[in-house]
Design a protein around this ligand. Sequence first.
Ligand code: AMP
Ligand code: MG
Length: 384
Amino acid sequence: MSEICRLVSEVLCLKSEVLCLKSEVLCLKSEVLCLKSEVLCLKSEVLCLKSEVSSLLSYLSSLISPLSSLLSPLLSLLSLLSCVCLAQPALQRFEYTHPQMGTVFRVAFYAKDSAAAEAAITVVFARVDTLNAVLSDYLPESETNRLCARAGTGEKVRVSADLWHILRQSDRYSRQTDGAFDVTIGNLSRLWRRARHLKTLPDTARVIAAQQLTDYRNIRYYRRGHRVQLLKKGIQLDFGGIAQGYAADECLRLLRTFGIYRALADAGGDIALGDPPPDAAGWRVEIPTIDSSKTVLSLSNCGITTSGAQYRYLEANGLRYSHIIDPRTGWGLTHRVLVTVQAPSGIEADAWATALSVADNSAVLRSKGGKWRVWRMTSGTGMN
Ligand code: AMP
Ligand code: MG
């Protein structure tokens, strides 16, 4: 299936390239026409001059010939530039949605026409589907679940470039956050998912057993051949805290291959931003706050994500147990927290927003400066 998607996307890429080439040919044709008309103008000008100042003809022609040989390339360049400018149609805004990865992807961008937009978005959403087939922990046949099935066998499994990349990035964030972010959380997230469904707290013994399989240090990486070894039998991976941000980045990357730079990809709150809209300094992004008020930012060329303990939770014993889990205890967060991270990319914003919900390491990010910004809001521990 992913092979077919890849083939379809390649065919679409080729089609769009053909379209680009066609439009380039049209541009060149119009340039040639411009040059021809320019030559005609110059000829008629010379004729006028000849008839008007016949007595100075020889003197003028000696002046004009070197001058025209200088002016002519300059004029050609100017007219070429104006032709190119005129050939660029005004950009139009396009927006598309696509349900995937347990959320709805919204991609907005500016392109020259609907044919260009359609060609690009088909490839973009095919890529999102491919990523889901690799990273999903729901699909039994996903590459992630096939890798988990080899856990504890001692096998060094060769993985795809996408799975390798996301595992390596996840490992980096785990180290930087002292394990607050951990994609080996799969057993715990399944346990808590079921608990939310049943509306009862999970059995403590099960939480302990699942927690013991949660440790990013139980993954070994072999750079040669992109091989991965899961050291303990039963390890389950869950990329729910990072995959959407990565997918949003990929949407923008693919749009750029179509020459589309003014773009936004929103994977259910995990947002990647490219160049701003033509008529604005940035994309308008709303940051939710814990008291339901909103802060509005104008941003471009960055990632931004909000994670929160109260987005999905189980209510029990007067507490809210969040879908975000502390990997070191195995329990869903009970403190009320809302974290927004602005980062250079979507994947970084996504992972860090989840990690900072668990533990406040925001000082590390704030010290980075540049594109990094953090808003972390908390309020007590109970149901407030
Ligand atoms: P997000 O909405 O990006 O904060 O991601 C939340 C999802 O990430 C959860 O639904 C889980 O699938 C997964 N998750 C929960 N806790 C963690 C954690 N501590 N580290 C990594 N992923 C987590
Ligand atoms: Mg996240």
